[in-house]
Design a protein around this ligand. Structure first.
Ligand code: IMP
Length: 194
């Protein structure tokens, strides 16, 4: 089965191709000649993942899946959530985003937060969604320098280090994205009987 992963991140694509095995042939946006910005205008992760996957299905005619991720902080009523990438402005600067979060939580003791990934899979215009969550808390200072985004301020539950203090392998065993991807892979294998 041929499937488009609505991403240009080749690292993500290779990782998934390895998980899915040769029965599935994954294509990137570049592979299908899609160079345009895919709209992401919805107020929820679910809505954005769905909008991206249907955009490819409707405009390019490929079965497709797309993901969207956000950091949800309880004391901020779920913010930055769907606005995680541009929380401190259009520059999408991870340092500025983390500084904003830390400033807002300065006098707050409830540091509970989670990363949540939603994947939308569209096959023959039918949609199915998969969710992956990792619970944790926002630290009081940035720690570690691996990973990306909010990793230096996110400490997963049951660990004494932030995502940015973990190796990529260690993070990938428990991450929100890995959990959502695992569900997607199980589903695809099930429908293809492999
Ligand atoms: P995307 O939907 O994967 O593009 O993620 C949106 C934004 O969420 C990113 O720009 C990051 O700010 C944040 N984010 C997503 N995944 C992670 C992660 O694994 N660690 C830290 N930040 C993340």
């Amino acid at each position: 089965m041929e499937l488009v992963f609505a991403t240009n991140n080749l690292h993500k694509l290779e990782e998934l191709q390895a998980l899915l095995g040769s029965h599935f042939k994954l294509k990137s946006l570049k592979d299908i000649g899609c160079n345009e910005d895919i709209p992401e205008e919805q107020p929820t992760l679910e809505g954005n993942a769905r909008q991206k996957a249907f955009f490819i299905f409707n405009n390019y005619g490929y079965n497709c899946f797309a993901d969207d991720t956000g950091l949800e902080i309880d004391a901020l009523e779920g913010d930055p959530g769907v606005y995680s990438a541009r929380y401190a402005g259009e520059a999408k600067d991870p340092q500025a985003n983390m500084n904003k979060v830390m400033h807002q939580l300065e006098k707050i003791n409830n540091r509970k937060a989670r990363f949540r990934t939603v994947i939308s899979l569209v096959i023959n215009s039918n949609e199915k969604q998969f969710e992956g969550i990792v619970e944790g808390e926002i630290t009081r200072e940035k720690r570690g320098d691996s990973g990306f985004g909010y990793d230096p301020v996110f400490m997963p539950e049951g660990y004494n280090k932030t995502f940015a203090e973990m190796s990529m392998k260690e993070k990938n065993q428990i991450s929100h994205r890995a959990r959502a991807v695992q569900k997607l892979v199980e589903y695809l294998r099930q429908i293809e009987n492999i």
